[in-house]
Design a protein around this ligand. Structure first.
Ligand code: ATP
Length: 194
């Protein structure tokens, strides 16, 4: 069986950039958050359960998941968010398990924002954390998404603090400089995993 490496980082840390570099090195990456976006449209049973929880408006007139509506609905409602997670997380888990079965490399990577929060690191051989200073992450996300300072801050405040993630991670990639450095650090870390 291949070794599964969990890859995580807070908003704007650069985990997706790292994941791309890993793919360039020839190792497969499962993008949990991306897959979650597809799964809510693919699986009819899931769709029905989400509508039951959040209302029919969770899907637009074309039958597509309305991300903005759902995000607004669950953002400040802990119970609804939990209910949604109880529907989506097991679906991602089984989708990931199917993906693992068809991989041929000895090292495979699972990118997920919630690696430590969901204790998914326990199911990985090693965990890799991408991290950067808060102000740098803030600027990257504001530039990338056109979000305001307050909007990004609200998201950051809901995530596990970097210092806690640093304690839990097996390997840490600091991403405070440029993408060239990031690529170099990434290669060093993945080829050092044994
Ligand atoms: P999110 O959780 O919000 O999806 P992420 O951790 O996946 O974020 P990326 O999307 O990889 O982060 O990076 C956030 C933004 O910052 C992107 O626009 C990316 O191109 C840019 N970026 C990442 N690292 C660097 C860097 N070292 N130098 C310059 N720009 C960077």
């Amino acid at each position: 069986a291949p070794k599964i490496i969990g890859l995580t980082g807070g908003i704007g840390s650069g985990k997706t950039s790292v994941a791309r570099f890993i793919e360039e090195c020839g190792f497969p990456v499962y993008y949990s958050d991306d897959r979650a976006k597809d799964i809510v449209n693919e699986n009819e049973d899931l769709k029905a359960r989400i509508k039951k929880l959040l209302g029919n408006a969770a899907y637009d007139t074309n039958g597509l998941y309305d991300r903005k509506y759902v995000a607004e609905k669950v953002f400040n409602d802990k119970d609804l968010l939990e209910g949604l997670n109880e529907i989506i997380h097991p679906a991602i888990r089984s989708d990931f398990e199917e993906w693992v079965k068809v991989q041929k490399k000895y090292l495979i990577f699972k990118e997920t924002a919630l690696l430590f929060e969901l204790k998914l690191n326990r199911e990985c051989y090693k965990s890799v954390l991408v991290t950067a200073e808060d102000n740098i992450r803030m600027k990257r996300v504001m530039d990338r998404d056109g979000k305001t300072y307050r909007e990004v801050q609200a998201i950051m405040e809901k995530q596990m603090p970097e210092k806690d993630k640093i304690k839990l991670a097996d390997c840490i990639i600091y991403n405070n400089t440029n993408l060239e450095d990031l690529k170099e650090h990434t290669e060093k870390v993945i080829f050092d995993i044994e």
